[in-house]
Design a protein around this ligand. Sequence first.
Ligand SMILES: *Cc1c(COP(=O)(O)O)cnc(C)c1O
Length: 377
Amino acid sequence: MIPITKLLIGEEEAQAAARVIRSGWLAQGAEVARFEQAVADLAGARHGVAVSSGTTALHLCLAASGIGPGDEVLVPALGFVATANVVRHTGARPIFVDVDPGTFNLAPERLEAAITPRTRTILPVHQLGLSADMAPILALARSRGLEVFEDGACALGAQYRGRPVGALGNPCCFSFHPRKVITTGEGGVITTDDGELADTLRALRSHGMRASARQRHDAPTATSEPIELVGYNYRMTDVQAAVGLVQIGRLAGILERRATLARRYGAALSAAGLTPPAEPEGSRHTFQSYMVLLPDHFTASQRDLVIRRLIDRGIATRPGLMALHLQPAYHDPTRPALPVTEALARRGLMLPLYPELSEGDQDRVVHELCSAVSELG
Ligand SMILES: *Cc1c(COP(=O)(O)O)cnc(C)c1O
């Protein structure tokens, strides 16, 4: 079976984790501090704050800015459900905005109409590892007094107009779930240039406490501090961070191989009349996932038949990004139609992509996909 994804992870990660375990300090400590700095360096940001997942990273940013009931947050309608869930967790309302048909990213020209007096924040997603078109989003946010938090869950190593994602002036949230390009098992990092925000995020991730676990452990007497913020337990552990540091060493090679394979897919699929994902000039895509579009007339059930046919041929594929506003949990009869998102959610198909995918297996994926599409279309 050709899987949809496969991590590049091995003995070095196992040894790094074992070293931490043998040290006897498994909580958040020096390894976490090194990992968050390494991620911040990659993202071109001054500070990194490591947390337990990409989801908790996003929630912490919203919580730190005091977003809550009565507020609205603009999110792309196409994507992964965590981006909307974190808004709901605060009591605020996610407002779904349509996306661009070529990049699958938030369509900046659709934002203006979605702004109301309750709008606080724009939450663009760097979809599947391709940076959202940030310049018009930031210009609009500035002119309307909105804040911007970036969902860069899939985008560590991505670039926008030659600059790393994470260095565009807003807090950016990265994920290290095993489905991402590199992993810590579970984990997330928020990058920011704002030292005061980083301090607040650090306190919020650990029950509102400003002293770290290590500081409290090393103190000669019991320390007590007034708790000023209602925080969470969103910490990462040193075992996870040690794995992440080894994974960061593999990142450049992983991204290069993914890009090579993605370009091979792009050439073969467009020659066959399918639509590969765009990579605009100046952007660097991580290709965390590879979503091809089936022909325009395909329904979601025809797409599911393609998936089943490919399983029979030993190839794993998945439905593409989902339309969040069509999920039952977010049902709202008054919402406007979001035609681009709805078409992409119907036509999208994730193809196998991972560093060790051989070119022969990749050619087989293209061949079987094209014959399934022409038979079932
Ligand atoms: C994976 C993902 C998340 C959630 O990250 P976790 O680490 O799994 O919590 C959020 N947003 C997007 C766009 C993602 O792809």
